[in-house]
Design a protein around this ligand. Structure first.
Ligand code: K1U
Ligand code: ZN
Length: 168
């Protein structure tokens, strides 16, 4: 397994739309394992392949306390969404910026697992938020894009200030 570098804004590669995975093979399983290791090392609850500069439709998550319930979604699609919730989000590609984002409260998602087997699941609360956040990454969307223009401007300014302060 390997810890992969995570792209951060303003890197334009985060704006790439991911392509479908054609075949779920050993290289995809290896990437999913590396992404999980990267996500755990960064104390995240989710990670999209886009964030590690791989532009394929693969996301991993683990919302368990013990970090022992990894989830892998290949070619995920939200097939139903209902309700509304506002949740404070963070992003490993937007370090140290947190903001409240409005999302659907419940989603139904279909995807392939690590073995290429189709599955469907329903999610609510933080898991539903995380699924929507990670699927956005596959479209080249980051959570700041879902804020009002003013809030987005303020967040980007804070990000620029942080970048100017941190050593190269
Ligand atoms: O996509 C990512 O960068 C991962 C992101 C997922 C996410 C967190 C919170 C709401 C929506 C999506 C993170 O894991 S950021 C890490 C973090 O700050 C966090 C960890 C646990 C709970 C809440 C936030
Ligand atoms: Zn993110």
């Amino acid at each position: 397994m390997a810890i992969l570098p995570i792209l951060t804004l303003p890197d334009k590669r985060l704006r790439t739309k991911a392509k479908a995975v054609e075949t779920v093979d050993e290289s995809i399983r290896q990437l999913a394992d590396d992404m999980l290791e990267t996500m755990y090392a960064a104390s995240g609850i989710g990670l999209a392949a886009t964030q590690v500069d791989r532009h394929i439709r693969l996301v991993v998550m683990d919302l368990s306390e013990e970090k022992n319930q990894p989830l892998c979604f290949i070619n995920p699609e939200i097939t139903a969404a209902e309700g509304e919730q506002v949740c404070e989000e963070g992003c490993l590609s937007v370090p140290d910026i947190y903001a409240k984002v409005k999302r659907a409260e419940r989603v139904r998602v279909k995807a392939l697992d690590k073995h290429g087997k189709p599955f469907e699941m329903e999610a609510d609360g933080l898991l539903a938020v995380c699924i929507q956040h990670e699927l956005d990454h596959l479209e080249g969307i980051v959570f700041l894009d879902r804020l009002s223009p003013l809030k987005k401007k303020m967040a980007l300014k804070k990000l620029q200030k942080q970048a100017a302060l941190s050593p190269a």
